[in-house]
Structures are given as structure tokens and as C-alpha cells.
Ligand binder design. Structure first.
Ligand code: FPP
Length: 240
């Protein structure tokens, strides 16, 4: 399959990277190997997305519900995250990716939070792709937190209830000021949102592919973008 036409490349792609466990199982490997392969796949994906000129990627790396997985799996994922952040920190200077982290980051270990702070600081002026990494993230929680921030401003007399509208609300979301995702890709055949970017996905085109995340390749991204390009986005209106 050829590269997608660049004039209608989505500006923002959200990704639910699912199927690491099943990939490992299908090869008779421990789940940890699936997550390791998932990190490699992510790194290749970001490189290719940058080449295509995509401006924003938001990935679901660890959900608030993932804390409920067995302790050993949470530990494996956190160790992998440490390793990933250290390696990105080493190479960040050489590329144009700006890293941002969204979610309830206070639940992460202090050393991981330090790595996050370092990589955000180091890359804050990068002009290429913005990579939002959702960690300890839940969409409902994000909305509740935004409501609480607005309520506090009202209580302190800095905002009137009448001034609360979609724009003021959206400005409290963790992805702000990134545009909403144009395209959501979920791998591994599951077809649900799983508490990811609930507000932001209101008019997002969704593409579900059977490929397990560690096998997701440039070819799969081309496919998803081609699907996107064949959709008619009407945003609730009728075609003119
Ligand atoms: C889904 O696979 C994947 C996750 C829960 C985590 C996603 C994580 C990665 C791709 C790698 C880690 C990324 C970083 C930045 C550390 P699953 O375990 O739900 O797979 P299954 O549904 O087949 O069991």
C-alpha cells in the first residue's frame, strides 16, 4: 500500500495500543515480552508518524484501571516505563519530538515523575510531533478534575457559572491546547474506548484493526489513514 496523500493527513491521532499480552501468549512467551515488543513498536510508530507529518499523537500507555492488574504486571510495566523514559531522555536531543504526560501522575513513583519532568523540560521547545503519553489516565477522572477546577474558580469569585461553556471547560482538559484527535486507532480487534479521552473523541473517526500492537507496522498506519481519508466528516451537519 502506498503512503497516504499528505494533504489530508490527520493532525492528531490517538492510539489504544492493545494486544501485547495476546501477542506474547501466541508465541509461548511471558506477558512481559509482549510489553517489551510493544515499546519497540511504539518507537517505530512515532518515527513513521513524524515522517508523515502528523503533529500530535496521544497514546494510552497505562490506564487508571491498569493499576488493578496483578502487582507483578504493574511492576513489569513500571520498570519498562522507567527503561523507556531513560532511553528516550538519551535520544530526545537528536529528534524533534515534544513529550507531554497526562494522567494522575502523582500515583507514579517519585523517580518516574522526575524522569517525566526532565523529558518534558528537555523537549518543551521542540517543533516536530507532540507526543502525549497517557499514564495513570482515566477520561472520567479528567472530566471530574476539570469540573473541580472550574468550581474552585467560581468559589473564589474568578469565574461566574454563566461563563462556563465548552471552551472554558475544554481549557481545563489535560490535552489542552492540542486540537481534538481526528483519528482513533485501536489494535487487537477490541472495539471500545475504555475510558480514553471521553470528551475529546466526540467527533473522532475510529479505526479498529485486528493487528496486535507489537505487530503494528507502517503498513497498518497507512491503512488506518487511508480509512480516515475515505470517511466523510460532517460533525453533525449535512453535506454542503
Ligand atoms: C495492552 O496490552 C497494553 C497495555 C496495557 C499497556 C500499553 C503499553 C505498551 C505498549 C508498552 C508500554 C509503554 C510504555 C510507554 C511503557 P494488554 O496487556 O492489554 O494485552 P492483552 O489485551 O492482549 O492482554
Amino acid at each position: 500500500m502506498g503512503k497516504p496523500a499528505s494533504n489530508i493527513i490527520p493532525s492528531h491521532i490517538a492510539v489504544i495500543m492493545d494486544g501485547n499480552g495476546r501477542w506474547a501468549k501466541s508465541k509461548g512467551l511471558p506477558r512481559s515480552k509482549g510489553h517489551e515488543a510493544g515499546v519497540k513498536s511504539l518507537q517505530e510508530f512515532i518515527k513513521y508518524a513524524g515522517k508523515l507529518g502528523i503533529k500530535y499523537i496521544t497514546i494510552y500507555a497505562f490506564s487508571s484501571e491498569n493499576w488493578l492488574r496483578p502487582e507483578s504486571e504493574v511492576k513489569t510495566l513500571m520498570n519498562l516505563l522507567r527503561k523507556y523514559l531513560k532511553s528516550e531522555l538519551k535520544t530526545a536531543q537528536k529528534n524533534e519530538v515534544r513529550y507531554r504526560f497526562i494522567g494522575d501522575l502523582f500515583r507514579l513513583d517519585a523517580d518516574i515523575r522526575d524522569l517525566i519532568r526532565d523529558i518534558e523540560t528537555l523537549t518543551k521547545d521542540k517543533q516536530g510531533l507532540t507526543l502525549n503519553i497517557a499514564l495513570s489516565y482515566g477520561g472520567k477522572d479528567e472530566i471530574v478534575t476539570a469540573a473541580r477546577a472550574l468550581a474552585t474558580e467560581v468559589k473564589e469569585g474568578r469565574l461566574t457559572p454563566d461563563a462556563i461553556n465548552e471552551e472554558t471547560f475544554a481549557s481545563k482538559l489535560l490535552t489542552y491546547p492540542a486540537p481534538y484527535p481526528d483519528l482513533l486507532i485501536r489494535t487487537s480487534g477490541e472495539q471500545r474506548i475504555s475510558n480514553f479521552l471521553l470528551w475529546q473523541l466526540a467527533y473522532t473517526e475510529m479505526v479498529f484493526v485486528d493487528t496486535l500492537w507489537p505487530d503494528f507496522s507502517a503498513k497498518d498506519l497507512d491503512f488506518a489513514i487511508n480509512e480516515f481519508q475515505n470517511r466523510k466528516r460532517r460533525f453533525g451537519k449535512i453535506e454542503d
